[in-house]
Design a protein around this ligand. Structure first.
Ligand SMILES: [Zn+2]
Length: 390
């Protein structure tokens, strides 16, 4: 199913921006039209169309709107798949499924939902308060700018800041790992109906503590170190919207993509990413904020599941924290779901391929911090096997 029903990961706008002149010239054929309800007043609309266009089967054929705001795709008849996906600034991606293309002339209408407001809860854990506040404001501005520029169709409706630097428990979380996720919720505070961002001092996601590191722990929780960049917030929030790292997709992606894991210049989201952020059932837009009631969802497959773990192995030592988390929490390392031993086994095999000598100790640490007894047992067995069967 993957790839067949969801647009690709790569970036479409450049192609979208190439106006299809043939579609503008052939005015005598029974051309169909794609129209839109509730468009914004900002910029052209780009679509990906599936169907048979002028006799040729098309998957994700790209168009942009003409000056009067509709798309003339040519003569479209039924194909292997029949749908239109549309993007515009200040509108969530719109999907019109099962379009009834016929040999006649159709006007197909794609409805846009309203620009989506998404609230966040922010906790300033490590003072000085003014510094953390400035850092959080910069992150909010950057995230909102990226969303607006990249046709995410969402804006930040609230970035409520709680100054908890004086909380007697705050110091317990100045050095943060996801093992402290449950405690910070109860000791510091947590808004269960939002993504929560904690500004601490240092974060460790498996490679040691650093002030410039941030982490998505799953369960609506992000932690950010004291010197994290503004664009890292967009990255960590992206995990909450079911977006995975794109590092292994080197043909179409580089460090300018928001979901690159190590970057000083994150700016872009692709149409494939905004599609996933809205359509994936486990995206916070659906399973936390419930902002798309009644609209279709689509399981596009998670990168960490679809990109072979073998590819991850090519990163060598760098891949170890990722793989350890894969072992620790199963599919989608940052989305704690059911125990999935086959996924863990593949991750473990990858660890073995990298070389077990420096993995065993780290894996043991994961085992020590695992709350789930079955998981702890599984990791103990894995450690034994990696250590040579002892
Ligand atoms: Zn990440």
């Amino acid at each position: 199913m993957i790839g067949a029903v969801c647009p690709g990961w790569g970036r479409a706008p450049k192609a979208i921006l190439v106006v299809v002149l043939g579609a503008l010239l052939g005015a005598c054929d029974p051309h169909d039209r794609v129209k839109f309800t509730n468009p914004s007043s900002t910029g052209e609309i780009g679509i990906l169309l599936d169907g048979t266009v002028d006799g040729s089967g098309e998957n994700d054929k790209k168009y942009i709107t003409t000056a009067d705001g509709h798309v003339d795709p040519g003569g479209v008849t039924s194909g292997a798949n029949n749908e239109v996906i549309a993007w515009q600034k200040r509108r969530p991606v719109a999907l019109e499924e099962s379009v009834g293309w016929t040999a006649g002339k159709e006007d197909v209408t794609v409805p846009f939902a309203n620009h989506m407001g998404i609230p966040f809860e922010v906790w300033l854990v490590k003072g000085p308060t003014a510094d953390r506040q400035a850092q959080a404001v910069a992150a909010c501005v950057k995230l909102d700018q990226i969303w607006r520029d990249e046709r995410m169709g969402a804006f930040i409706s609230s970035f409520s800041m709680n100054d908890v630097t004086g909380d007697p428990d705050a110091a317990d979380f100045h050095d943060f790992t996801c093992a402290k996720a449950a405690d910070i919720k109860t000791d510091i505070g947590f808004n269960a109906s939002r993504i929560n961002i904690y500004y601490v001092d240092r974060v460790d996601f498996g490679t040691g503590f650093g002030t410039g590191k941030g982490v998505w722990c799953g369960g609506g929780l992000v932690a950010m170190g004291r010197t994290t960049s503004d664009h890292l917030s967009a990255h960590e929030a992206g995990h909450g919207f079911e977006l995975d790292h794109v590092n292994s997709l080197t043909t179409n992606f580089d460090t300018t993509n928001v979901m690159h894991n190590a970057s000083n210049n994150r700016e872009w989201l692709t149409e494939g990413q905004t599609f996933r952020a809205h359509l994936e059932p486990n995206s916070a837009i659906n399973d936390l904020y419930a902002l798309r009631p009644g609209l279709p969802t689509r399981d596009c497959g998670n990168l960490s599941e679809t990109v072979s773990l073998k590819a991850v192995v090519e990163f060598g030592r760098e891949a170890v924290p990722f793989l350890l988390r894969a072992v620790a929490v199963g599919p989608s390392p940052e989305r704690v779901r059911s125990f999935d031993s086959s996924y863990r086994q593949r991750a473990l095999n990858a660890l073995v391929a990298i070389g077990p000598e420096y993995v065993v100790e780290d894996l043991r640490t994961v085992g020590d911090s695992a709350e789930d007894a079955d998981l702890r047992k599984w990791i103990e067995d894995a450690v034994r096997k990696l250590s040579g069967g002892r």
